[in-house]
Design a protein around this ligand. Structure first.
Ligand code: ADP
Length: 191
């Protein structure tokens, strides 16, 4: 099973990614988590990525693509994977196409979580209070939402045209959303 999980910042991608990946026995690969781990560890990649993340901007495609390629090449991703937070630009879509083609498989579904804009801001401000993520300040939250609208929302149409888009209502409890994702993916044929 090869899946991507999309949605605006605050849509609950990270939470749902773990549930869905466990269910299908595939790794959840979160570019945001990998970047944050590198920032904490002070690696070269982390040093490079941090200034973009702190500003709410996307890390440049070359850096992100290379990181995802290396991760997908690991043995645990051979049966499949769920990408959380990648691709986010049209250039990343093309790059991912190449990576998957290389394995002889196809993308099975692009799941997009839809959530009311006001609810998104509330969730992110709540997360700022409980987790204290560096990029959860109000200004940076707004910038991340703008970048999402400009650069990532257009990807939804791309996947819709390819007939792999699965739109899921992301409002309500975590469990309710997980159940909706499972129900929607039940109908998807696996490559
Ligand atoms: P969010 O909840 O805002 O979607 P993530 O945890 O997924 O946050 O990502 C945090 C930050 O990591 C992003 O704001 C961005 O700077 C960087 N990042 C994550 N994924 C990508 C990507 N595919 N391309 C470029 N930058 C990315």
């Amino acid at each position: 099973m090869r899946l991507i999980l999309m949605g605006p910042p605050g849509a609950g991608k990270g939470t749902q990614a773990r549930h869905v990946a466990d269910h299908f026995g595939i790794p959840a690969i979160s570019t945001g988590d990998i970047f944050r781990a590198n920032v904490s560890a002070g690696t070269e990649l982390g040093v490079e990525a941090q200034r973009y993340m702190d500003a709410g901007e996307y890390v440049p495609d070359e850096i992100t693509n290379r990181m995802v390629r290396n991760r997908i090449d690991e043995a645990d991703a051979e049966p499949g994977f769920l990408l959380d937070g990648y691709p986010r630009t049209l250039a990343q879509v093309e790059e991912l196409d190449g990576m998957i083609r290389h394995t002889g498989h196809a993308l099975d579904a692009a799941v997009v979580l839809t959530v009311d804009p006001e609810e998104l801001v509330q969730r992110l401000l709540q997360r700022a209070r409980t987790e204290g993520r560096a990029d959860d300040t109000e200004d940076v939250i707004r910038r991340r939402q703008q970048v999402y609208r400009e650069q990532t929302e257009p990807l939804i149409d791309v996947y819709r045209e390819r007939k792999v888009l699965v739109e899921v209502d992301g409002m309500g409890s975590v469990d309710a959303v997980t159940e909706r994702i499972f129900a929607a993916l039940d109908d998807v044929p696996q490559s």
